[in-house]
Design a protein around this ligand. Structure first.
Ligand SMILES: C[S@@+](CC[C@H](N)C(=O)[O-])C[C@H]1O[C@@H](n2cnc3c(N)ncnc32)[C@H](O)[C@@H]1O
Length: 415
């Protein structure tokens, strides 16, 4: 019988061959670290599955071939990416050209040996930048993204200029506070005592960058709003009202409105968010269906609606706060009202492909560090609803095919 490493190697070999043949026969560019390397491979669904299987097998093979001692010493130093983001190094490297370490250090106002180690770490660990000849820096495909794409810059900035510091102080926060509040986090310890949302209220540049990174993250098909649109019977609701709590600038409501043209959608948000809404950015065909309303979801709900939506809200809050938020709906709830939660659904351990489970568990750890909150599995979701009030009945908890986020569909039962 073939060993596990031989099995993995065979899987990697057959899948990479299929991908390579597809790219060659369709005259598509091969993956490359060069500055003009493709940003997307353009593979059809079955070859995307082959790519994903290859990445899972490669990660497992790498771990098997390492010694246990190697696995105990992962290199998780984010200082290099933090510096690249903070000093906007990518945009100082000419596209199609090169810059020396001395010149780059001078432009950043940094000590040249520091810039040299920062860049060389990024090259060997992240394939960000290249050193085509000694002492000279050029772009790789990844560093080029940081030149071309604001969302990529925002994402790197949020992760390494904000969250990385939070990771370093999370255990300290756990020991110090033994609490579940947003101001008792690694984030707060590394942001002058301010919680995540207080930081965004007081530092507009960070709020803008976070919004940019969320927009880039939400642009992925796996995050698409269509997963809510197609997994709930909107078209049957007629002239009903839906409320999207913490619905940002109305992106989800704009995506749902065409599926339910008679419905009214109310986006409830904090005052500063409502005040920053540009109604002209809404598609004109659905704009009349959408209203914005200032409302703090920790205060009693005043709108009676058929559906209340929470998309990527509860994973920012600890259970005690989720329960408080759910209870605030009760004054407005009519029997049969639905509560739809669109948030990550934690899988059973080992049931998903490795890379997917890694991403989900990374998000869960991120929530711990930045908001003292968590992602939840099916039992966790059922528990918060039941604890909020036994009259909430959870009907379905599932992850739609092709979606990164799960759906929790609950109903407010008759008294
Ligand atoms: C992670 S974002 C999710 C935005 C949107 N639902 C989505 O899926 O893209 C969380 C949102 O909750 C809003 N928010 C935070 N605290 C709130 C509160 N107490 N009341 C209402 N909205 C709040 C924030 O302004 C932010 O837009």
């Amino acid at each position: 019988m073939a060993s596990r490493i031989a099995e993995l190697a065979a899987l990697i070999s057959s899948n990479t061959q299929k991908i390579d043949e597809y790219l060659a026969s369709n005259s598509l560019p091969r993956p490359s670290f060069e500055e003009d390397g493709p940003v997307k491979l353009g593979l059809p669904a079955e070859l995307e599955a082959a790519r994903s299987a290859t990445l899972n097998a490669t990660a497992e093979l790498e771990a098997l071939l390492k010694t246990p001692d190697d696995l105990l010493r992962p290199i998780l130093n984010g200082t290099s990416l933090e510096a690249i983001s903070r000093y906007d190094m990518a945009r100082k490297v000419p596209v199609g050209g090169t810059i020396t370490f001395e010149e780059l250090a001078e432009q950043c106002g940094l000590y040249e040996p520091d810039v040299r180690r920062i860049i060389r770490f990024a090259i060997v660990h992240h394939f960000i930048f290249r050193e085509p000849s000694k002492g000279v820096v050029a772009h790789s495909a990844a560093s080029r993204r940081l030149v071309d794409d604001q969302g990529a810059r925002d994402g790197l900035g949020v992760m390494f200029d904000d969250c990385y510091q939070s990771f370093g102080r999370t255990v300290e926060a756990m020991e110090k506070y033994k609490g579940q509040e947003m101001a008792q986090t690694g984030w707060a310890l590394s942001h002058n005592g301010m919680s995540l949302f207080e930081t965004f209220g007081k530092v507009p540049a960070k709020a803008k960058r976070f919004a940019g990174s969320m927009a880039a993250f939400n642009a992925s098909p796996m995050m698409s709003h269509k997963h809510i649109a197609t997994n709930f019977p909107w078209e049957t609701l007629g002239e009903a009202t839906a409320v999207d709590l913490g619905g940002s600038h109305g992106e989800l409501c704009a995506a749902l409105a065409p599926t339910a043209p008679k419905m009214k959608f109310i986006v409830q948000e904090l005052p500063r968010t409502v005040q920053s809404v540009n109604r002209d950015a809404l598609p004109s065909a659905v704009a009349p269906q959408i209203e914005f309303m200032e409302h703090d979801f920790f205060t009693p709900q005043t709108v009676t609606a058929a559906v209340y939506i929470f998309r990527q809200i509860f994973h920012n809050w600890a259970d005690s706060n989720v329960i408080k938020i759910l209870r605030q709906l009760i004054p407005a709830l009519q029997p049969g009202a639905r509560i739809l939660v669109h948030d990550l659904l934690l899988p059973e351990p080992g049931k998903l492909p490795l890379m997917m489970e890694r991403q989900i568990r990374a998000m869960d750890m991120l929530m711990l560090s930045i908001c003292n909150a968590r992602e939840r599995d099916e039992a966790d979701w059922r528990q918060v609803f039941t604890e909020a009030d036994p009259r909430f009945k959870v009907l379905r908890v599932f992850t739609p095919k092709g979606s990164a986020l799960g759906l929790v569909d609950a109903v407010w039962e008759r008294e």
